[in-house]
Design a protein around this ligand. Sequence first.
Ligand code: ASP
Length: 556
Amino acid sequence: VAFAKNNAFEKLKALNANSPVAVRGTVQKKKAKASESADKPAEDSWELALEEIHPLNDFPKETIMTPETVFPPEQRYLQLRSDAELREALRFRARAHNLCKKELEEQSPPFFEIETPLLFKSTPEGAREFIVPTRREGLAYALPQSPQQYKQILMASGLPRYYQFARCFRDEDLRADRQPEFTQLDMEMSFATGDDVMRTIEGVIRRLWSSLMKDPAPEGPFRKVPYQDVMAKYGSDKPDTRYGMEIIRLDQLLPVDLIGKISDLEDPIVEAFKVEGNENDPAETHKFITQFLDSPAGAPFNNNPDGGPGVFIYNGKQPLCGLQPFGFQAAEHVEELLDPDHGDLIILQARPRAPFSGGSTPIGDLRRALHASSVSTGFKPAPTGFDFLWVVDFPLFSPSSDSEPGQGGAAGISSTHHPFTAPKRPADVDLLLTDPTQAVADHYDLVVNGVELGGGSRRIHDAAVQEFIFRDILKMPAERLDDFSHLLDALRSGCPPHAGLALGFDRLVAVMLGKESVRDVIAFPKTGRGGDDAMVGAPSPMTEQALETYHLKLRK
Ligand code: ASP
């Protein structure tokens, strides 16, 4: 404000900062100060000559709000108001949303957005659901964990190119920066294979990167790496491929007494990777790894019941360069494969001899944690850029786990992706009859920098195969199989072959903005372990009256 008439300045001074006002005045160019010149203009070169000011509401005097203030989740509105970066993230998100729409709608033939119901039905698709009781006694809806079944039914309905920004609901463990409700960019196409889907999604990614990012748009096609290979090389099905530290297998070559020192397992698999040391100084490397193993981040690895990590520092001044316990043959092999330099770290880790299953191996987790620690402690620079890849050829089925409800079948196995994913090759279809655990899925995940952005698959479009998987492979009870009758009927009605995918949109935006948490790109995220919205106080206790309305009773 430059100057004020009619005691407006006094009124302005009496107001609390951050209060909304209506003003009348003249916007004018500021007079340059002596310190400013034509080539160094003032940052803000306009000012307001204030004539009238009317307060419209009051901002509480006792609330301190600076751009740095961190407000509790209860006051998310103040956080949004004070935190320009947060508001900018939401703007960025809206732009990304529009670009995705544009890319899909400009395809030939175009995709178009179709909304599918949120009041759905409980089906054992894979994740734990939220149930919505109704006033009709004993009847409930379920919120969709994804629009998967509706979008496949759209393919049977002659709507061959669908997409949707879909809200999905999963009542799952919230530790890993997940939200009980989240947004997917969901799509499906008929008469299509996984390659068609992957090509389309690469187009979406390139459009986003070329329009919104400083980094160059990734060129396609993105490489496709089989699940077995990423698990062997990175110990993870969503590896960060930017920083090397690739894993090799050593067990056949290692002396038995060395294996016995790192693990009590009988005949384990032993794997290794190298961490490049800093400044070729073994003492620095020693300090880094000791600090890591003594820190809380290192504890789970030290306490691994299958044996903690075996740590070796490659040291040109020691016999066999510090690899003496390996024996000559294995040391030579390690040198050949890992090509260590003076001061590099070599880590060994054992695991039970079993095929890969699940998302990671102990050495993969260790690789990730060690790398994170090397960056956070300044031992290594943070990797830059984006390295996209498709992880493909997942096993069609995985051993059931307690943490995931799966399809609730009695077979002890669950679908790795979901039960609608097709076997990849004719030989994998044959394996359904002989050894389904060996069957490979036509399932693909999009991974960048250690983050799974999304996944999809070619679907089973033959009702007989789908039913066989539900009943004979997963061994779902008859009444649960009935829950899928709508889908089986739609497939039976001459449904064309189809494939699709969903991108986790919150995560995608967080990755683009380099945010640690999806909460930083959601206006009103759930927080805390229970998935609470602390601002509105949800979930909230049900009143007696509500319980009665929905014919419910609390168990003591
Ligand atoms: N419905 C799947 C999911 O939510 C995505 C897909 O297969 O299209 O992961």
